[in-house]
Design a protein around this ligand. Structure first.
Ligand SMILES: Cc1ncc(COP(=O)(O)O)c(C=O)c1O
Length: 364
């Protein structure tokens, strides 16, 4: 019997996530010195982790032989203080990607529908397909989630609706008033997953806690991978009603979040000065990139996040040429935007290198 005959059919058709190219891969493939390569491909923080988080991670290694706290008790207590919610309202994951998968475990069965914008974060669709459910993709309007159209796409089969704000890859956001009204208008059988992976880059991030207090079926997703600079440690979390959080906690692995990541995340929450500085630097960097792209006559999508879409023509070619020159960005073909690149806001020097190298590539 062929192995294939034994496999869950949704696995055979499952698309594969295309991550940003790691520096080491590019160095190996192109014979470049890794130290000369810059990666502006995965919306990471170019300033790294906060010094407090780094020190806490190193301290945690001293007990590397022990299993981590499987309940993330200290981190959930810290988050509860920050949000003025109860620890039982939090679920911590191996990145917020894991929480998206946990939503699939809890809610999705074959035949269910999941409503999402297009383009939006690729993992919503991947998780939907993995559970044999059907992605219902709703086009954006003016590069922004059209919440009325998302609401109109809901059917009796809809289980989940995902709204990231700011949205990846567009960098656009919806307002708090829009999001609250959208959630309050959802039918009882739909769970609203509000993904705020980039919220810390906003001046006034929407606060959706009133929805949770009203007892609505809402889960908010956050991550330590972006402004906190801890992407490699894989820590993300969700907050919701105690009932919803406990369902998500029920389906996760016992030790899904490592101790080094937990320690770093707790310390990172104490370093507000660092995140404030990163948000300020990001605004300056966004301005630097926008001005540079405009000076080259390139179209952009105005962004409020730590990345930016720029229209370069043949995105696949420009991506390859930039890479040969040691600059890794993200081609957007997989998101149905083959003429565009997504670039992460780097340090001022990295941004300048990207602009100069791109000008060089476009001159041919
Ligand atoms: C909108 C959005 N949500 C979630 C994630 C997942 O982040 P992580 O799994 O690193 O927490 C990302 C990562 O790029 C993202 O862009």
């Amino acid at each position: 019997m062929k192995l294939e005959a034994l496999v869950n059919p949704s696995v055979l058709t499952q698309p594969v996530y295309e991550p940003g190219k790691p520096i080491e891969d590019v160095a190996r493939e192109l014979g470049l010195d890794p130290a000369t390569i810059i990666k502006l491909a995965s919306n990471e923080n170019p300033f790294g982790p906060s010094p407090l988080a780094k020190a806490a991670a190193v301290r945690a290694l001293d007990q590397g032989e022990l299993y981590p706290d499987g309940g993330c008790v200290a981190l959930r207590a810290k988050l509860a203080k920050v949000y003025q919610l109860e620890p039982a309202q939090f679920v911590v994951g191996n990145g917020s990607n894991e929480i998206i998968e946990l939503l699939g475990h809890v809610f999705l069965r074959p035949g269910d529908e999941v409503v999402m914008g297009n383009p939006s974060f690729a993992v919503y669709k991947l998780v939907t397909l993995l559970f044999g459910a059907k992605p219902v993709e709703v086009p954006l309007v003016n590069h922004t989630h059209d919440l009325a159209a998302l609401a109109a796409a809901i059917t009796p089969k809809t289980k989940l609706v995902f709204v990231p704000s700011p949205n990846n890859p567009m960098g656009t956001a919806n307002t708090e008033a829009e999001l609250l009204a959208f959630a309050r208008g959802l039918p009882e059988h739909v769970v609203f997953a509000y993904d705020e992976a980039y919220a810390e880059y906003l001046d006034n991030p929407p606060d959706l806690r009133p929805l949770i207090r009203e007892g609505r079926k809402v889960v908010c997703l956050r991550t330590f991978s972006k402004i906190y600079g801890l992407a490699s440690l894989r820590v993300g979390y969700g907050y919701a009603s105690p009932e919803l959080a406990s369902l998500l906690n029920r389906v996760r692995q016992p030790f899904n979040v490592n101790a080094i990541g937990q320690a770093a995340a707790i310390a990172a929450l104490d370093d507000g000065a660092f995140t404030a500085k990163c948000a300020r630097e990001n605004r300056v960097g966004l301005g630097q990139l926008e001005a540079g792209f405009k000076a080259m006559g390139l179209e952009i999508v105005p962004s409020v996040a730590n990345f930016l879409l720029v229209k370069v023509g043949d995105g696949a070619r420009v991506f390859v040429e930039l890479q040969k020159r040691g600059v890794i960005v993200r081609p957007m073909r997989a998101y149905g935007m083959p003429e565009w690149l997504r670039v992460t806001v780097g340090t001022p020097a990295q941004n300048q290198r990207l602009l100069t190298t791109l000008a060089d590539v476009l001159r041919g």
